[in-house]
Design a protein around this ligand. Structure first.
Ligand SMILES: [Zn+2]
Ligand SMILES: [Zn+2]
Length: 305
């Protein structure tokens, strides 16, 4: 557990971050829940920070991908608290729809890995609650039970993605709207984990224009603390400048399933997906396998006397 700003602690679950917000002795919440299987670690960290009998006001999800919502039900059941997410994320958290199929052709390390990562919806049942927008807007609101924090609608990475912002010190928890780890680089993702602002989970982005808009809107918040779903949180003096530069120069990848046309989604989930692009990778793996099998078959075996 790492304190990154007053009242914000990071819990690393492998390459995914969960966060506690709120001070010991006051109201607190869990923001994203980490990789499946790390629920006990999150509970142990919570007991250490807030005391063994303390419980949060709720679990707040930036979005419902497996690496963020993986322990949501486990934690919410343990404490008997609600789970909050955006209206457009609900179909994937109530078992109604799977997410748009990830796009391995978009390029990069996490795109290659996405071939084996889950993208199914999950059913968090009667624990689910909606994040309500403030009157007169649809794009942001306060967090129930948590003073000083707001949610802001940042779709693109997922249809109902939100980010959480505390205006008093401009702390931003951005989920996968942006990340502080280059997940497209094999070296960055698997070896160095170097801290840098980068696009979040490209193969899962199903609407690149919404994604680009969301990055620009986050940059306008001029955060002083940037805590994301992946990577070490940033707290240096020039975070806002770095994010502004990233947003200003950001362009969607040159190719990919959802680049020319986004997935069509609504409050019922996925409605239509662009056609699957040609992807030679599985054939190459298949060819390699056949070649290997042939080589073994044709190798001269040991003859029995
Ligand atoms: Zn994600
Ligand atoms: Zn993620």
């Amino acid at each position: 557990m790492q304190e990154i700003a007053p009242g914000i602690a990071r819990i690393a679950t492998s390459f995914v971050n969960a966060y506690f917000v709120g001070e010991p002795g006051g109201n607190w919440a869990v923001v994203d829940t980490g990789l499946p299987g790390f629920g006990d670690k999150v509970i142990a960290a919570a007991e250490k920070r807030f005391g063994p009998r303390s419980r949060p006001v709720g679990v707040f999800l930036t979005h419902g991908h497996f690496d963020h919502a993986g322990n949501a039900r486990f934690l919410a059941d343990h404490w008997g608290v609600p789970i909050y997410a955006h209206r457009l994320e609900l179909p994937y958290l109530t078992g109604r729809s799977d997410y748009p199929v990830p796009d391995p052709t978009v390029g990069g390390a996490i795109a290659m890995l996405s071939r084996v990562l889950p993208y199914g919806g999950r059913d968090l049942g009667n624990r689910m609650r909606l994040l309500s927008p403030d009157e007169g807007t649809t794009t942001g609101g306060t967090l129930p039970g948590l003073d000083g924090w707001r949610w802001t609608f940042t779709p693109g990475h997922s249809p109902g993605h939100v980010s959480f912002f505390r205006p008093s010190d401009r702390a931003l928890i951005a989920g996968d709207a942006v990340v502080t780890l280059n997940m497209d680089s094999y070296l960055g993702l698997l070896v160095t984990h170097q801290q840098e602002i980068a696009q979040g989970g490209a193969p899962f982005v199903s609407d690149w224009e919404h994604y680009r808009q969301s990055v620009l809107e986050l940059a306008e918040l001029a955060p002083a603390v940037l805590a994301c779903g992946h990577g070490t949180p940033m707290t240096h003096d020039e975070v806002a400048i770095d994010l502004e530069r990233f947003a200003r120069t950001f362009t969607p990848p040159p190719r990919g399933r959802y680049v020319a046309e986004p997935a069509h989604t609504d409050e019922r989930g996925v409605d239509w997906l662009p056609p699957k692009p040609s992807d030679p990778f599985p054939y190459l793996v298949g060819l390699f396998g056949v070649g290997l099998a042939l080589a073994f078959a044709l190798l001269p075996g040991k003859r029995r006397d």
